[in-house]
Write a protein that binds this ligand. Structure first.
Ligand code: URA
Length: 211
């Protein structure tokens, strides 16, 4: 299992695109495309420590022992519904990845997570799981999703988001200190409704146009 850590991806292209996503006037079409692009760019960092093996290949000039990903069995796990906004970008990088869905909504009164859907292949054993949600706000949904996945005896679990609140990272790592978090930024606070401030608003609404 990867050592727990918070990885803030400060690459200028990621930062630029995140700023466009934060802006209120960004259209649904643009927002959706940006979410996908940022996910694709973040994919490099999220998978940076995946092990490489060697394979003998023949180039037009001769034979060589070339690096290849070592039998990686990846499962992408978007937390419904906003996590779906990151799926397309990740699948473009890893087209053969499997996808498991976990549906968790946040009770707007208690802010507590409620699971309403879970569908994954029969076994997640020995798989590398990437749990995805654009926002790590209170962290309750991410904690609940990780609780659910941990029983599956995966080889590794990583959590990927676009934006995290400090409080959310703390809460997540209090429950899952072994799961590294990858984010493009950490914002300072949450409002009374559990939204990240300054954040980017409701990611699901902005991805699906349900504003
Ligand atoms: N979910 C969102 O979509 N936005 C937030 O700011 C917090 C949770």
């Amino acid at each position: 299992m990867t050592k727990a850590k918070i990885h803030v991806i400060r690459h200028p292209v990621v930062q630029h695109k995140l700023t466009l996503m934060r802006e209120k006037g960004t259209s649904v079409t643009e927002f959706r495309a940006l979410a996908s692009e940022v996910a694709m760019l973040m994919a490099y960092e999220v998978t940076r420590d995946f092990p490489l093996g060697k394979k003998t290949i023949t180039t037009p000039m001769g034979r060589m022992n070339a690096p290849v990903l070592k039998g990686q069995k990846m499962v992408l796990v978007p937390i419904l519904r906003a996590g779906m906004g990151l799926l397309d970008g990740m699948l473009r990088m890893f087209p053969s990845a499997r996808v498991a869905h976990i549906g968790i909504y946040r009770d707007h009164r208690t802010l507590e997570p409620v699971e309403y859907y879970f569908k994954a292949s029969k076994t997640l054993r020995d798989r590398d799981l990437i749990l995805m949600d654009p926002m790590l706000a209170t962290g309750h949904s991410a904690v609940a999703a990780a609780d659910r996945l941990k029983g599956a005896r995966a080889r590794s679990i990583r959590f990927m988001c676009l934006l995290a609140a400090r409080e959310g990272v703390r809460n997540f790592h209090r429950h899952h200190p072994d799961i590294p978090v990858f984010t493009a930024a950490i914002d300072p606070k949450l409002n009374d409704h559990g939204y990240i401030v300054p954040g980017l608003g409701d990611a699901g609404d902005r991805i699906f146009g349900t504003l």
